[in-house]
Ligand binder design. Structure first.
Ligand SMILES: Cc1ncc(COP(=O)(O)O)c(C=O)c1O
Length: 421
């Protein structure tokens, strides 16, 4: 009543509620594989040692005053070179905006482009677009994707909603699924955006793409990460990329993110982020700028880090495939990128030994936390229907051993569920 309309519409995170239950049980001495949070246990997945050295060195040389609102030039120059070498894209330092992790950049981008009532189209499941829509008073247009396409959106699903929209928010590799765009699917979506923009008059706002590629360095096997401007260079004025070190360097607490895109949008994001004061700490910026040029250290870290993440994901995936082969109503999608596995557990409507009927994905999650010591997140936390039987498992917060020890308990817990009578 005494607070703003926006504050009233903002919801807390379902993931935090589940993590709260896990922490309470852990405090009572229960062993739980916490596959809920999209973060890393920093004792299992520490940041690169050289990055730590660079951060200490930057503090040692008193890099402790306000950084420039757009980010220190040495970091933006390094990011520009990184974008060129990894994606063969040309973005100069003035088309790059740095902030304290990538979240403020997403906020700044929404604030720079979206007016109250504007339509923002995004696929579900996806991460946090609903919250950024609340901040800006946007009309959300969530588009349900399908397991048949690994929960990645298809042009045919998005097409009916693009007319008059201001922003299309895309992400690959995708949180929560760990799946990625195929070249063809992304090309077709890019073509829709080009077509839609051609149909607008000069007085109308154009349609932009937010392309969140925070997990682009974390891809497995032969998977290739595609991005809109490489596929369709004519989109360069209409795409803003979100990126940073939080996930690829396991550096979620270091807080260095960057966006790149057309200068007319990036310069407005700089003003918004500057007023919020959501800069990345200066020493961390200087240190990251240096680490991006230490290519051998970067590659060495990424190879070993990715190997560990992939091993955990593969173990979990194989574990669910074995349960499936043993006759359990479960499935999983082969991990492609990021730190997530998509799992199906088709037990909604079943009764627990205590006589409770599992009506929603969240009910099943709480049952599995208690009975199998496995904490996962229902897709409903990412905008899908609460009755959906798909879940996200994130492997950054626990060890391989935790996962191996937990898997047999999942089968035992599922075996106790009965058909409701
Ligand atoms: C898709 C995606 N984008 C952005 C972020 C935010 O990252 P940061 O920690 O850099 O703010 C996350 C964090 O989970 C994410 O999953």
């Amino acid at each position: 009543m005494n607070i703003s309309k926006i504050a009233n519409t903002l919801e807390g995170s379902e993931i935090i509620k589940i993590s709260g239950e896990i922490n309470a049980l852990k405090a009572q001495g229960q062993k739980i594989a916490n596959l809920t949070i999209g973060d890393f246990d920093s004792n299992i997945f520490p940041i690169p040692g050289k990055l730590t050295d660079n951060i200490m060195e930057a503090y040692g040389s008193n890099q402790t005053n306000y950084p420039p609102a757009e980010g220190v030039v040495s970091l933006r120059d390094s990011v520009s070179a990184f974008i060129k070498s990894h994606f063969n894209l040309d973005y100069s330092a003035k088309e790059i905006q740095v902030s304290g992790g990538s979240r403020p950049l997403i906020y700044g981008l929404y604030m720079a482009l979206v007016d109250p009532g504007d339509r923002v189209v995004y696929p579900t499941p996806s991460w946090n677009n609903n919250h950024y829509c609340r901040f800006t008073g946007a009309t959300d247009v969530p588009v349900q994707t399908s397991a048949a396409n690994n929960f990645m959106p298809k042009a045919s699903e998005i097409k009916p909603y693009l007319k008059g929209a201001t922003l299309l928010a895309l992400c690959s590799p995708l949180n929560p699924t760990g799946t990625m765009f195929s070249k063809e699917d992304l090309e077709e979506i890019c073509d829709l955006v080009i077509e839609e923009n051609k149909s607008r008059s000069a007085s109308e706002k154009p349609l932009y793409i937010m392309y969140d590629q925070i997990y682009s360095q974390l891809t497995f096997g032969g998977q290739v990460h595609y991005n809109p401007v490489s596929l369709r260079p004519e989109l360069k004025d209409r795409v803003v990329y979100i990126d940073g070190i939080s996930k690829c360097l396991a550096a979620t607490g270091v807080r260095v993110g960057w966006a790149f895109g057309p200068e007319h949008v990036i310069s407005k994001m700089k003003t918004i982020i500057g007023h919020v004061g959501a800069w990345s700490p200066k020493a961390e910026q200087v240190a990251t700028g240096k680490f991006l040029t230490q290519t051998a250290d970067w590659n060495e870290f990424l190879t070993s880090f990715k190997g560990k993440v992939q091993k955990s994901l593969d173990t979990l995936y194989q574990g669910f495939q074995k349960l499936k082969a043993d006759g359990f109503a479960v499935d999983a999608i082969q991990p492609m990128g990021a730190i997530y596995l998509t799992i199906q557990i088709d037990y909604l409507g079943k009764k627990t030994p205590a006589g409770e009927v599992l009506k929603t994905g969240a009910d099943l999650v709480f049952y599995l936390i208690n009975e199998a010591g496995m904490g996962i997140v229902p897709f409903s936390a990412f905008g899908t229907d609460p009755g959906m039987n798909w879940f996200r498992a994130s492997v950054g917060g626990c060890s391989l051993q935790d996962i191996e020890e937990m898997l047999p308990k999942v089968g035992e817990a599922l075996a106790k569920l009965k058909v409701e009578s």
